[in-house]
Design a protein around this ligand. Structure first.
Ligand SMILES: NC(=O)NC1=NC(=O)NC1=O
Length: 189
């Protein structure tokens, strides 16, 4: 009925307001928190301490977009050293994230589309990961959020044929995507 539709819209509008206020609060919280608490908010985005420290040092941010733009700008400077540092906190694709920290929880969520019950897929991913590590001497990194296990496997096979230089650039781009998605998650609550 019209009545129910109106109530539904009102509830929807209210929910949006609450989310907007929460985001605002989180930004205000981030801006005003003591340094160590602000660091704790953004550290799980990527295991590159310099990035989190620079982001916290640049407070206050007027908007979440301004914060995201600065975070993206900082990530453009990443190279091999940052990539290897960050990989310590990223489990292999298809493997259960070790530990119980925030990073493990985030990894779990990002890889949720990978059907770990699918034995053929998990075996193929394990074999591809092993080949990738033998070839490039680091864990295969891909932005898993929004990708099915089959899409990830196809990307793994495609990237196995790239040169080390191409792969370093591609892995860094994937790391930036993962990091920014996680940052969006922090301020979207
Ligand atoms: N090896 C990986 O690619 N790991 C991951 N990709 C994500 O999107 N989250 C991870 O933990």
């Amino acid at each position: 009925s019209v009545m129910e539709a109106d109530v539904g819209q009102a509830v929807q509008a209210f929910a949006q307001t609450v989310i907007a206020l929460a985001a605002k609060n989180t930004l205000a919280e981030f801006n005003n928190a003591p340094e160590n608490e602000a660091l704790d908010l953004v550290a799980p985005c990527v295991a590159i301490s310099a990035w989190a420290e620079s982001l916290v040092a640049a407070r206050p941010f007027q908007t979440v977009d301004a914060l995201k733009q600065y975070a993206t700008q900082l990530a453009q400077d990443w190279g091999r050293a940052e990539l290897n540092q960050a990989l310590t906190a990223h489990p292999r694709i298809g493997e259960k994230a070790q530990g119980e920290g925030k990073e493990a929880e985030l990894s779990e969520g990002e890889q949720s589309a990978v059907d770990t019950q699918n034995r053929a897929l998990t075996l193929a991913l394990a074999q591809g990961n092993a080949k990738y590590e033998a070839c490039f001497e680091r864990v295969f990194l891909i932005r898993a959020k929004g990708r099915s296990g089959d899409e990830i496997l196809a990307e793994l096979h495609r990237r196995l044929n790239q040169t080390p230089a191409e792969e370093e650039l591609e892995a860094l781009e994937q790391l930036r995507q993962i990091t920014l998605l996680r940052l969006e998650g922090v301020f979207a609550q």
